[in-house]
Ligand binder design. Structure first.
Ligand SMILES: CSCCC(=O)C(=O)COP(=O)(O)O
Length: 251
C-alpha cells in the first residue's frame, strides 16, 4: 500500500505496558496510589455486596473474612509491587471509576499512538501482555491522552498473568502463541522494558526487543541485548533492532 510504513516481517506486535508504552511513574505514582486512596471507602460500601464477592474470595483465607487484614494485605502487596492476580483484579476494579470519570487518563509515550495506529492500518495485529489484569488493560487503552483517546479499538487480543501466566516464564509466551496457531512464532515481536521478559519471549520462538524509556532504570550493560534497546517505536527502529539482534545471535 502506498505510503504505508514498512513493518517488515512481523504480523503481531505484542506490547508490554508499564515502562514500554507508558511511563512507570503513571503506574507507580498515579494508578497504584489512586487504588489505595479509594480502597477504605470502597471496602466500607462494598464488602458484603455480591458484586464484590469474586474479588474478595480470591484473596487468601486469612484476609477474606477480615476487612482490616484485607486492606493491610493490599497495602503490603502494592508496597512490594507483587503481581498477584487477585491484587491485579482488584486494582482494575478500583480504577474503573477513575477512568470513567476522567480523573485517570493514560499518558502513552508520544510515539506509541502513531506506531499502533499505523501498524493496525498496515494489517498488523496489536496485542497486549501485562501483569495488569485484562479488564485493567482495556480501561487503560480506552482512556488515553492520545487523540482520539480510545486506542483499545485497534487492539485485537489481551494477555495477563491469568490467561497466559507470569511474564518471565517461557511457557506463558508459548500459551500466547497457542491462542493464534495460524501465526508462526517468527512473525511475532514482543516489546518490553524487562530483559527477563524479553529473554523468555525469545525462548518461545518470538522476536523480542528491549525498550528503554524516560523514567526507566538503565538496562544492565552486561546483558547481551541491552545494546539493541529501542527508545522510540517506529517501523524502522523496530526492524533495525530485530535485524541487529538476529545477526548477533545467529553469529
Ligand atoms: C494494566 S495497567 C497496570 C499495570 C500493572 O498493574 C502492572 O503491574 C504493570 O505490569 P507490566 O507487566 O505492564 O509491567
Amino acid at each position: 500500500m502506498a505510503n504505508q510504513p514498512d513493518f517488515g516481517r512481523f504480523d503481531v506486535l505484542l506490547l508490554d505496558i508499564e515502562g514500554t508504552v507508558c511511563p512507570i511513574s503513571f503506574v507507580k505514582d498515579v494508578l497504584f496510589p489512586y487504588a489505595l486512596n479509594v480502597l477504605p471507602d470502597f471496602l466500607a460500601e462494598q464488602w458484603d455486596e455480591p458484586s464484590f464477592a469474586g474479588y474478595r474470595n480470591a484473596f487468601p483465607d486469612d484476609c477474606r473474612n477480615d476487612r482490616s487484614a484485607f486492606e493491610a494485605h493490599v497495602r503490603d502487596l502494592v508496597a512490594r509491587d507483587v503481581k498477584a492476580p487477585y491484587l491485579k483484579a482488584l486494582q482494575g476494579h478500583l480504577w474503573t471509576k477513575g477512568y470513567e470519570s476522567g480523573v485517570l487518563k493514560a499518558p502513552l509515550f508520544p510515539d506509541v499512538p502513531p506506531f499502533i495506529t499505523n501498524a493496525h492500518a498496515a494489517g498488523k495485529k496489536i496485542m497486549i501482555y501485562s501483569s495488569g489484569s485484562v479488564p485493567a488493560q482495556k480501561l487503560l487503552f480506552a482512556h488515553t491522552t492520545a487523540q482520539p483517546p480510545d486506542m483499545s479499538v485497534v487492539i485485537c487480543d489481551w494477555f495477563d498473568t491469568v490467561n497466559a501466566g507470569p511474564k518471565t516464564d517461557v511457557a506463558s509466551y508459548t500459551t500466547i502463541l497457542s491462542h493464534h496457531p495460524d501465526i508462526s512464532p517468527a512473525r511475532w515481536i514482543f516489546l518490553s522494558d524487562n530483559l527477563s521478559e524479553v529473554d523468555a519471549a525469545r525462548q518461545s520462538g518470538m522476536h523480542s526487543i528491549p525498550a528503554v524509556r524516560p523514567g526507566n532504570a538503565p538496562l544492565p550493560s552486561h546483558h547481551p541485548l541491552s545494546e539493541f534497546a529501542v527508545s522510540e517505536f517506529t517501523p524502522a527502529s523496530i526492524a533495525q533492532a530485530a535485524a541487529a539482534i538476529a545477526a548477533k545471535t545467529s553469529a
